[in-house]
Design a protein around this ligand. Structure first.
Ligand SMILES: *Cc1c(COP(=O)(O)O)cnc(C)c1O
Length: 225
């Protein structure tokens, strides 16, 4: 079995090959290592191998690991569903939040972002194909929400995040990402430079359709129990 650092090198090589195949510029796709449910020691191994961006879904679990890894220069991304009573901790302990799906949550994050920190980087989570989950805004609400969130002083709206329903077929994987990309392009807003798309199962489709951040858990840290 491969080690975490071997798998990291494989994933980075894959990203680089796909980037080139998709005629994207070098270094235009950032790997976000999704470490939910995995111990701080796994994060430390990936860090020693050069990984700097880590994504977490559960606030309490993330804070505990952040404490254990205090000396590491990690950029932390929150990617899970956000409850109102967690916004204060999230605003103080993360540099990015990918899963904002209401103005109410965005306002709380802006109000609670500590003054000594730079504005919090935000992606709006868009529900592009998965009818089963209620997370994410409708694509049609994207323009209005962007306008509302861009007025919040302690946030920096960077783009969109999406988790489409899983598909095995490459063409079917591409479709929702294409739709999302076109909807964002229509907004013609140069501040929106981030597409957080793609997980272990649809890396190629995501990179071909413009992902700038891919969120990889299983392929790096192994399956979650
Ligand atoms: C768990 C998770 C991932 C990683 O998924 P894998 O299939 O393990 O690569 C990516 N994004 C979000 C929002 C997640 O919750």
């Amino acid at each position: 079995m491969d080690t975490i650092s071997q798998r990291l090198q494989h994933i980075l090589a894959d990203i680089s090959i796909l980037q080139e195949a998709a005629q994207r510029s070098p270094q235009s796709v950032l790997l976000l290592a999704v470490s939910k449910t995995k111990p701080a020691s796994d994060i430390a191994i990936a860090y020693q191998a050069g990984q700097r961006h880590f994504g977490e879904n559960y606030c309490q679990e993330a804070l505990k690991k952040q404490q254990q890894l205090g000396a590491f220069d990690i950029t932390w991304h929150f990617i899970g569903p956000i409850q109102s009573n967690k916004t204060k901790a999230i605003a103080a302990h993360f540099q990015w939040v990918h899963s904002v799906d209401s103005v109410k949550i965005a306002k709380r994050l802006s109000d609670q972002r500590p003054v000594y920190l730079p504005p919090l980087n935000i992606c709006l989570q868009v529900n592009i194909s998965d009818e089963k989950t209620k997370s994410g805004i409708a694509l049609t609400d994207l323009p209005t929400l962007c306008v509302a969130i861009e007025t919040l002083p302690r946030l920096r709206l960077r783009g969109v995040m999406a988790i489409p329903s899983p598909q095995d077929d490459f063409e079917l994987q591409r479709q929702p990402y294409q739709q999302l990309y076109q909807a964002v392009a229509k907004l013609n807003n140069p501040n929106l430079d981030t597409f957080s798309l793609g997980m272990s199962g649809d890396l190629k489709a995501a990179i071909f359709e413009g992902a700038t951040i891919v969120r990889i858990g299983t392929a790096l840290f192994g399956s979650r129990s």
